[in-house]
Structure formats: C-alpha cells, structure tokens
Design a protein around this ligand. Structure first.
Ligand SMILES: Nc1ncnc2c1ncn2[C@@H]1O[C@H](COP(=O)(O)OP(=O)(O)OP(=O)(O)O)[C@@H](O)[C@H]1O
Ligand SMILES: Nc1ncnc2c1ncn2[C@@H]1O[C@H](COP(=O)(O)OP(=O)(O)OP(=O)(O)O)[C@@H](O)[C@H]1O
Ligand SMILES: [Mg+2]
Ligand SMILES: [Mg+2]
Lengths: 228, 228
C-alpha cells in the first residue's frame, strides 16, 4: 500500500519557480496493476522519483505501508530501495563499463547474495527478457530496446514487491513490448507484485486495472478497467 | 537519392563474430517519407549509422547522390554530416552541460552562422516542437520526451535535405508524438526533405509512403502505402 499525500515538487530554474508537481493525492493498493498517463512534461517521472524514495517532496509525503521512507535511517532507506522497489528508469541509467550480466547482478550482490547466485539470478531474468545471448555485451554494444530490457531485468532481479516502470516499452517493437507487458502481468497475478507504470503504450493500458491521468503537475482523473 | 548496396556490418564480441547487418540493399528516392520497422536488435540503428556516414560498412557501400561519403576528405565528410543530414539519435546524445538552446544552436554555429542567428534559428525550432518555455533547461532538467524533442530540434536546425530519425516518438505521448510526425510530414511535403524513420509507432507508419521490414540483419520485405 503506497499513499501519496499532497505531494508537491518545486524546481528552481534560476529566479523562476517551476512546480513540476502541484499537489498529488494517490492511493496504490497492494497487488495492483496501475498505469499513469499524461503528456510529455506533465510530471510522471517526477512523481515516480517521489514514490520510489529517490527524491524528497517539497511539500506533502509518501507513505509506504504507513511509513514515511525519509523518516528511516540512511541504511534502512538503502535497504528499502534495494529490496522493496524495482525501478526501471526512462533513460535506463545502466553502468556503461559493465556488461549486461554485471549490470543486472549488481543489485543482487548489494542484497548480500554471493556472486555465483547473483549471476545465476541475473542470467535467468536476462533470458526471460530475451537477452540470454547478450550477457557479455556492454550497454554501448546493445540496441536501444536491448538496453531497455537490461534496465527491466535489473529492476526485477531482487524480486521486489513494487515495480516502478517509467515508460518500459518506449523503445520496443510491438511483439517484444507485449512480452515485457506479459512478464509484468504474470509477476502481478502470480506473485502479487504491485506494478506502477508510466506509459504512452496502449498495450500496457489494456492490461492495467486502473489508469491515472496526470497533466501539468496535477491528477486529472482516474478510470478503472471496467470503464475502458 | 541514397543507395545502400550490399551493406554488411560485423562486430567482434571477444572471439565471436556478430553480423548485425548481413547484406542490405535499399534505394531511397529524393523527397521520400520512409519508415523502417523490425524487432528490437534487428539492425535498424546500425543501418542508420551506415546511411548517415557515422560508421563504415564492413562490406558493401552507401552512396549519396552516387558519391561514397567515405571517399571524401575528412573536412568534406564533416561538412556533409553537418549540412546534408539531420540525425535524431535513439538515445538523444545531448550535451549535458549545455542548455536546450545551446544544444540546438551548436550545429548552426558549426555551419558558420553567427551566434545571434544560430540562437534565433534554434529558438524558432524549439518553439515549433513545443519547448519555447524550456530554452534554459539542461537535459537533466528536462523530461524524457522533452529531451527527445531537443534531439529532434537539433537535427532540424540546419534545414538538412535528409532526416534520419531513429525512433523519434518512443518517449512521447500520442498527442505530442503526432505533432512531431506532422512537423516531419510538412518538411517532407513542403520542403522536399527526405525522411527516413526507424519506428515502432503506428502513427508514423500511417504517414509513410513506404515501409521497409528489417529482421536479423536482413531486409525482409517492403510495402508501399497503397498496400497498407
Ligand atoms: N558495438 C557492438 N558490439 C556488438 N554487438 C553490437 C554492437 N552494437 C550493436 N550490436 C548488436 O547488433 C544488433 C543490432 O543492433 P541495432 O542497434 O542496430 O538494433 P535495432 O534494430 O536498432 O534495435 P532496437 O529496436 O532495440 O533499437 C543487436 O543485436 C546488438 O546487440
Ligand atoms: N531538475 C529540473 N529542473 C527544472 N525543471 C525540471 C527538472 N526536472 C524536470 N523538470 C521539469 O518538470 C516537468 C516534469 O518533468 P517529468 O520528467 O516528471 O515529466 P514526464 O511526465 O515524465 O514527461 P515525459 O513523458 O516526457 O517523460 C517538465 O516540464 C520538466 O521540464
Ligand atoms: Mg518521464
Ligand atoms: Mg535502435
């Protein structure tokens, strides 16, 4: 259960005040599959950074199972980010000097799993997203859609209870995109993983239980699957 | 007129040979609007690098108006890349320490235009892609779709005769994506600009005169608009 309460985010652009989020209230239930849609620049990624405890709201708060993550100690926060949340970044944020396998194994290594087990888990999830034949490639030796899938695999390797997927199919053809959506859907249905996607992809919307519309830093409306 | 003749591209992955392109023949007529589709990892971006003279084929050649760009001198090649071709990269490749305006003005400055004129042109094209209110933001202060639009603006600022757009709408919502497609379509219809897009976006396909399918480093088929 994630609660976003009155979250605002201010960026200072020189003298100018830019409110990227102007007061968002959102409740995400455990095990839900929810999509967040809205125009480019509307605040989706900024909202994800607040939910994933990567950034502090200027006003308001984010509660995870009733707990404000920023009230925890630094080591507790780090543990939370590594164990509870799998974050798929819109711009991937892969480590360019490491291979696909090393990139995906890293969160498992941080979790305290030995190197052999970390590599085994990373290999399994990379095979699942169709990259079993690209383990030794560095990001610069991968296509755009392959880099996106490494970012997806990395977010899933520690079997998080919440996946925050920021436009996870933007660089994928229809067939590959559908495979990724099916993986997320099965994690949701079989393992009860809460999935929160920011997306422009109708295939993702189709699999969602609820769609939240964001525009200009505010929540515009929500629709449940029954309604679309 | 661009002619791709028997183009192959080999990457060496340690001991292993990886043929990303296995022999591509393609003719692109002046003023055409053509989309290239295919699965993730099939070779589209690699093909674009050959067409845009950013990379040399392992075998085969690319001729631009009958001329092999790599037979030109280094300064002539640089001139060609700056004047004739506008390249929109799949991963944007923006300069992170420069603002949106500076990023877009840079090719105009390289073209020999004065700073004032470069800034004027850059501002105009940034306004056209809906970023007139983001001129002073650096890439890290922009959303994913805004970064994509800066990359698009930069490719268009020198009014090239050919635009190579590698998945230009991947990070854009439907409405913003359509605006970009309409801009490319009008450049094509009004100014005779040749547009070559790699895309997974049905909205782009709909506006194309011809669609070329690539899979596993080979051209699978071509269809003309009349047929779809
Ligand atoms: N430097 C490299 N070394 C080794 N292999 C590479 C290198 N660059 C690309 N590849 C491989 O070449 C193949 C083609 O890559 P390319 O980027 O052209 O694909 P693409 O069709 O653009 O895919 P996408 O739709 O995901 O962007 C991929 O399988 C990729 O792993
Ligand atoms: N560090 C920053 N400083 C100033 N403005 C910023 C900063 N980061 C983001 N912004 C602005 O905040 C707004 C929201 O950005 P955000 O990345 O959340 O949008 P988004 O909905 O994810 O868009 P997209 O669909 O294009 O990815 C944008 O207009 C952007 O220009
Ligand atoms: Mg975003
Ligand atoms: Mg590509």
């Amino acid at each position: 259960l994630i609660e976003v309460r009155g979250v605002k985010k201010l960026y200072l652009q020189g003298e100018e005040e830019l409110w990227a989020l102007k007061g968002i209230d959102l409740l995400i239930r455990r095990g839900e599959f929810i999509s967040i849609m809205g125009p480019s620049g509307s605040g989706k990624s900024t909202l994800f950074n607040q939910i994933g405890a990567l950034d502090v709201p200027t006003e308001g708060q984010v509660l995870f199972e009733g707990q404000n993550i920023f009230d925890l100690t630094e080591p507790q926060q780090a543990w939370f980010r590594n164990h509870k949340i799998g974050y798929i970044f819109q711009t991937f944020n892969l480590i360019t000097v490491m291979t696909a396998l090393q990139n995906v194994a890293l969160p498992a290594v941080f979790e305290g799993v030995g190197h052999e087990e970390a590599n085994r888990r990373a290999t399994a999830i990379l095979e699942r997203v169709g990259l079993g034949h690209r383990l030794t490639h560095k990001p610069g030796e991968l296509s755009g859609g392959q880099q996106q899938r490494v970012a997806i695999a990395r977010a899933l390797v520690n079997r998080p209870s919440v996946v925050l997927a920021d436009e996870p199919t933007g660089n994928l053809d229809t067939a590959t995109g559908q495979e990724i959506i099916d993986i997320l859907k099965s994690l949701n249905e079989e393992d009860g993983v809460t999935i929160v996607c920011s997306t422009h992809d109708p295939k993702m919307i189709r699999k969602s239980e609820r769609v939240v519309w964001i525009a200009d830093g505010l929540k515009q409306k929500e629709v449940t699957a029954a309604e679309f």
